[in-house]
Design a protein around this ligand. Structure first.
Ligand code: AMP
Ligand code: ZN
Ligand code: ZN
Length: 387
């Protein structure tokens, strides 16, 4: 059989037939870190791969094993999740993911009982990177009947950005939905790599600030009621862990699946995937036939979030559910642990940036200050920077 491995890409020939579990053992791959796809269909450890099978092993970075039948219908499962002590067949993977999103929208942790993230009448925009999480989210919300447009921010990270934009455009075209595209170089005169060189900041720092700004800018200018991102349980638990380890009180107070908007300054922001692991969103994409970009951003090395993800993966493997307990438990007691939340101190400090008019606690917002520094250091690009 032909076995194609992803990220890093490699193709090997292995003599078959062989059980999936034995193949992974043979290749020295931990089963809970991957999805195995046989001729386009997800398969579990006991599935026997034919001698002439074409197999893909796709990394997902998360944890799970166990479960013999779909908990909803008893058919053979394609995904197991120890955290839920459950496994699902392909159609019930879709149900499971939709149910978790519905729960998040209707009763997010840390929100009022009757506060929903958004409703069917709202105009919703989802920031899509071309990766599994945000495309899964867009697909799920469209199939649940919400009005959702997309937003892709071109960061100028070579072929990775080209392929990511292509995945978003193909998704939008196939469904006849609207995708906004903002290119950092065209709109603001720099790319993530050139901005990092100009400021001496990390690429992740420049990228994060630029993305958050572009998301807010489009959501406010185009009059959307709510802006969504594809942050999942793994992302949110890792961010929380990082903030706890360093006791970033301010970040702890502001982390959450629902961040309120402030008039024309700051869009309401929500994270409907915060109850789902990245393994679950990856499986959803495979089952739904969503063609997402599997490769990781090539500039991600040195992003401290990854250490916290790896640490939590280790804990989750020995103690399924630990990530969800950490995150949900924190959100339930956030007002006690990080009391600034819910107070109006910060809201009162927020004003309009003197340059761009969006939210800031100082006179000029962090994005405009960063852009000024880049503009000063990259004079050759000046001519292309709009006023
Ligand atoms: P990341 O910060 O790369 O983990 O991405 C978190 C979320 O931010 C994703 O799930 C998307 O919703 C959004 N996002 C990341 N990169 C982009 C991008 N280039 N354009 C639009 N949205 C993005
Ligand atoms: Zn089922
Ligand atoms: Zn500004």
């Amino acid at each position: 059989m032909i076995v194609r491995m992803r990220n890093p890409d490699a193709t090997v020939e292995v003599a078959g037939p062989m059980r999936v579990g034995d193949l992974l053992d043979h290749l020295d791959i931990a089963p809970h870190t991957v999805l195995v796809i046989d001729g386009g269909a997800l398969v579990v450890a006991d599935h026997v791969l034919a001698a002439d099978a074409e197999v893909e092993i796709r990394p997902v970075i998360s944890g799970g094993a166990g479960g013999l039948t779909c908990i909803a219908c008893g058919r053979p499962p394609v995904l197991e999740e120890p955290r839920h002590r459950a496994a699902w067949c392909a159609s019930h993977v879709v149900d499971h993911v939709h149910n978790q999103i519905r729960k998040a929208i209707d009763h997010a942790h840390g929100t009022d009982h009757n506060e929903r993230m958004f409703g069917y009448a709202d105009r919703v925009i989802v920031a899509v990177s071309g990766g599994k999480d945000s495309l899964a989210l867009w697909d799920a919300l469209l199939s649940m009947g919400y009005r959702v447009d997309g937003l892709y921010v071109g960061l100028g990270i070579g072929g990775y950005s080209v392929r990511s934009q292509g995945a978003c455009e193909a998704f939008a075209d196939a469904r006849g939905v609207r995708l906004h595209v903002v290119d950092l170089a065209d709109t603001y005169g720099y790319t993530t790599p050139s901005g990092a060189v100009a400021t001496g900041r990390s690429t992740c720092g420049v990228c994060g600030l630029s993305k958050r700004y572009a998301f807010n800018r489009v959501a406010i200018d185009e009059g959307y009621d709510v802006l969504l991102t594809g942050h999942n349980l793994d992302d949110e638990a890792a961010t929380l862990h990082g903030n706890l380890v360093r006791w970033h009180d301010d970040f702890l107070a502001r982390q959450g699946p629902v961040l309120p908007g402030r008039g024309g300054l700051q869009a309401r922001k929500c994270k409907p995937l915060y109850r789902l692991s990245e393994r679950e969103t990856a499986a959803y994409c495979v089952v739904r036939g969503i063609d997402y970009v599997v490769e990781e951003c090539p500039l991600v090395a040195g992003n401290s979030g990854h250490e916290h993800k790896a640490a939590l993966d280790l804990i989750e493997a020995g103690s399924p559910g630990a990530k969800a307990q950490l995150l949900f438990g924190f959100l339930d007691r956030q007002s006690r642990v990080a009391p600034q939340v819910g107070s109006d101190d910060r809201a009162a400090d927020l004003g309009a940036c003197a340059h761009c008019g969006l939210a800031t606690v100082s006179e000029v917002c962090a994005f405009c200050r960063q852009r000024e520094r880049i503009r000063a250091a990259l004079p050759l690009l000046d001519a292309e920077v709009p006023a």
